[in-house]
Every structure is written in C-alpha cells, then in structure tokens.
Design a binder for this molecule. Structure first.
Ligand code: SF4
Ligand code: SF4
Ligand code: SF4
Length: 199
C-alpha cells in the first residue's frame, strides 16, 4: 500500500521537449498533499483503504503526455502557445517541418498558424533561428477523471491555469472534497466522474 496516500507519475528528467518546467510543480504537489494525511483519513473512512481510493496524478511537461496523464485521476500537462514577433522571417521553413500537426504554413507575408490544429507543444518556438516565432502564453492544462480498467475513460478537460499554485490548489481542494463528501465505499474515479459530468 502506498504510504503517502497518493501517486504522481511524471516525465523523465531534463527532457528537451518540455513546454513548462515541471520539477517545481512536482515538489509543490508532494509537499502540499502530504498535509492532507490522505492515508490516515481514508483509512478511517473506508477501512480498509484500497488502491482505487488513492489519488493518481499524471504530470507531463508537454502535450506528448509520456507520463500518461489522461488515464489518471488528475491530468496535468504543460503547454506554451507560439507567438509571432516582428523579427524578420528567414523563410527557412524549419518551423513548418517541426510541427507534427501541420499547423504552420508559409504565406507571402510570413508564417501563419492554424490555432485549431496547434497543440501548444513548443516545438516550433525552439527551432526558429530568427526569433520570429517565440514563446507566448504558457501554463498547465487540467483534466479530471481518467482511468483504465473495466470501464476506461479519458480525463475530462477542466481548464487552463498559468501558475503552479493554481494547479496545486485545484488538486488539493478536489482531494479534500473527496475525503469529506464521497459516498460510502465510493471509488475516487466514480466520485470524479460525478464531478465532471456537468463540466
Ligand atoms: S511529456 Fe513531453 S516533456 Fe514529458 S517526457 Fe514526454 S516529451 Fe518530454
Ligand atoms: S506549438 Fe507545436 S503544434 Fe503549435 S504550431 Fe508550434 S509546433 Fe505546431
Ligand atoms: S518563423 Fe522562424 S523557423 Fe519559421 S520560417 Fe520564419 S525564420 Fe524560419
């Protein structure tokens, strides 16, 4: 049984594709969630506490999702939007080739980005040699209620936030809500499913 009452699966260290620095968020989550004493509280509530009562969190530095966040109770993925600046474009098309979504095209007046296709992964911003493309707004995409098993489901999109504190508060309050308001023997995933149906 997990002794600290939660699991966090995260990216490999020093991945060059990370859209957001996630180590600080990992430490902040660990530190804050320990305060909840999840194991002790759920042990009293459910006795015995079982694996499916414990929160699973997937933390990914970019939309590639190597830590499989979208099949976890809490899905957290870093994103960074591309920003087109006034720096002259060299028309090299490196950004076009870097975009796995086919979201960038070269037009007579410069590059164009299809926002509906863009996943805000950051690839194009890292390779542009001129600074025409650079980092824009960044933050974290939050999803809730993913799972595998007999009735698998992907986590439901909740929203985007820009700071680590907002992510930590969201996870903390949702787990607290579960500890205080779940029904008898209710699994965390079913509690979260109830919460996300109306989103
Ligand atoms: S999710 Fe992105 S940042 Fe994390 S390991 Fe995969 S490619 Fe790297
Ligand atoms: S951020 Fe990623 S998906 Fe969006 S345009 Fe750049 S390379 Fe393509
Ligand atoms: S935006 Fe940058 S990478 Fe893209 S074509 Fe222009 S100079 Fe090249």
């Amino acid at each position: 049984m997990n002794q600290i009452g939660f699991q966090i699966e995260h990216c490999r260290s020093n991945c060059s594709k990370s859209a957001c620095e996630w180590n600080g968020l990992l430490e902040a989550l660990r530190s804050k969630l320990v305060d909840l004493k999840i194991n002790e509280t759920l042990e009293q509530k459910f006795h015995p506490i079982l694996h499916h009562h414990l929160p699973k969190i997937g933390l990914a530095g970019c939309p590639n999702g190597c830590s499989q966040p979208d099949i976890k109770d809490f899905s957290i993925s870093g994103y960074v939007n591309p920003l087109i600046t006034d720096a002259p474009c060299l028309q090299c098309e490196v950004c076009v080739r870097s975009c796995l979504e086919g979201a960038i095209s070269l037009q007579p007046k410069g590059i164009s980005i299809d926002k509906d296709r863009c996943l805000s992964c950051g690839n194009c911003q890292r390779v542009c040699p001129s600074g025409t493309l650079t980092r824009g707004e960044s933050g974290w995409i939050l999803r809730l209620g993913g799972r595998v098993g007999r009735h698998p489901r992907f986590a439901t999109f909740i929203g985007k936030v820009s700071t680590i504190d907002e992510v930590v508060q969201w996870v903390y309050k949702t787990i607290l809500d579960y500890m205080e308001n779940s029904e008898a023997q209710e699994r965390l995933t079913h509690f979260l499913e109830r919460k996300t149906i109306s989103v």
